[in-house]
Design a protein. Structure first.
Length: 171
């Protein structure tokens, strides 16, 4: 049904005006509710996995049911509602699972050869990178935060790992 709006000639105005605007408004409200619930109930890595899953599900939904021009708009909404706004207030300093706790866990686990905490940290890094167009600004803040709280040279391992994750290499 929705796809029919896009097939009414080459002009997408019917699709945009009669469907997409209301859909995006309702989606924004949904993502804000979902973010509030997730922030209240989930640890930071679990919250980031929820955001990652939401992004994938919404992309799949657009691919199946909507015009492709909706995808970047919907992705932007997810990032704004679930990452950008919460990050400014509470996301990275969430009690009991803050970024600082994640760093401590990663470094402790790395001493024993574990990788789960480091993978959590890499996921946080990847999600933070979605906040602006190229991810550089948010990632710089992420790294500055780590250096502010952890100036030990052992944290260079963390940066190396995150760098290789970004490049798609395992190290």
């Amino acid at each position: 049904m929705i796809i029919m709006f896009t097939q009414v000639g080459e002009n997408l105005s019917v699709y945009v005006n009669d469907y997409e605007i209301d859909f995006l408004k309702a989606s924004k409200e949904h993502f804000e509710r979902k973010a509030n619930e997730g922030l209240a109930d989930l640890a930071l890595p679990d919250y980031m996995r929820m955001v990652q899953k939401t992004l994938a599900m919404e992309e799949k939904r657009v691919d199946q049911y909507m015009h492709s021009t909706t995808n970047p708009k919907l992705k932007k909404l997810v990032v704004e509602c679930m990452l950008a706004e919460p990050m400014q207030t509470q996301l990275l300093s969430k009690a009991g699972s803050s970024l600082e706790c994640q760093l401590d866990n990663a470094m402790e686990e790395a001493k024993s050869g574990g990788t789960t905490a480091m993978q959590n940290l890499a996921l946080i890094y990847q999600m933070v990178g979605l906040v602006d167009n190229d991810g550089i600004g948010a990632r710089v803040l992420f790294i500055m935060f780590m250096f502010t709280f952890h100036s030990s040279s052992s944290y260079l391992y963390t940066f190396r790992y995150l760098y290789y994750i970004r490049l798609g290499d395992d190290g």
